[in-house]
Design a protein around this ligand. Structure first.
Ligand code: SF4
Length: 171
């Protein structure tokens, strides 16, 4: 089924502003090309309506959240792509250098591996040997690497705003 999904402009504006504020607060930047970025934000909302989550607007999602977990925006690959290329795969996010005009936004190679080799396909962590268990479980945000020791991962990553299901047991 390929039905058209129309998103009201004010809804796109609101998410655009929210993402821009969250990005700047956490040291990230949205692409300063407002028209280009606005269209990607609209794509996120279309995907949210279509699949129930904000799948990457420039990748093909399956509609199975567990399979698409690594490409829910911000994807697991954003930080590495910003570091290596100066922009994420869609160029929704750009690096400091791009923002300062020292680097061009460019098409970049797809970092995502085939199904079966993606972060969510990794085997779960092996249990610690008896007597070596940490006092509290340590959780790692797969998007930005934030680590925290607590009974359960936070609902939202305080750094990159990824949701709880993007955390993995680190130790
Ligand atoms: S951060 Fe990842 S998921 Fe979000 S727009 Fe960029 S490439 Fe797509």
């Amino acid at each position: 089924m390929n039905e058209e999904i129309a998103i009201p402009a004010e809804k796109v504006d609101a998410l655009y502003e929210q993402l821009a504020q969250e990005a700047e607060a956490a040291g990230y930047h949205l692409n300063p090309d407002r028209g280009f970025t606005w269209a990607l934000v609209e794509g996120l909302l279309v995907n949210e309506q279509r699949y129930g989550y904000r799948a990457c607007p420039c990748r093909l999602a399956t509609g199975d959240k567990q399979k698409d977990l690594d490409i829910i925006c911000p994807c697991d690959y954003r930080d590495a792509d910003l570091l290596d290329w100066g922009n994420c795969y869609c160029a929704l996010y750009v690096s400091d250098e791009v923002l300062r005009g020292e680097r061009e936004v460019q098409p970049i190679p797809e970092r995502r591996l085939p199904e079966g080799q993606r972060p969510q396909d990794r085997p779960t962590r092996a249990p610690a040997p008896p007597g070596k268990e940490p006092a509290l479980p340590v959780w790692r945000c797969r998007v930005c690497g934030y680590l925290c020791a607590r009974e359960r991962p936070p609902g939202v990553c305080p750094i990159c705003k990824a949701k709880r299901d993007r955390f993995e047991r680190f130790w």
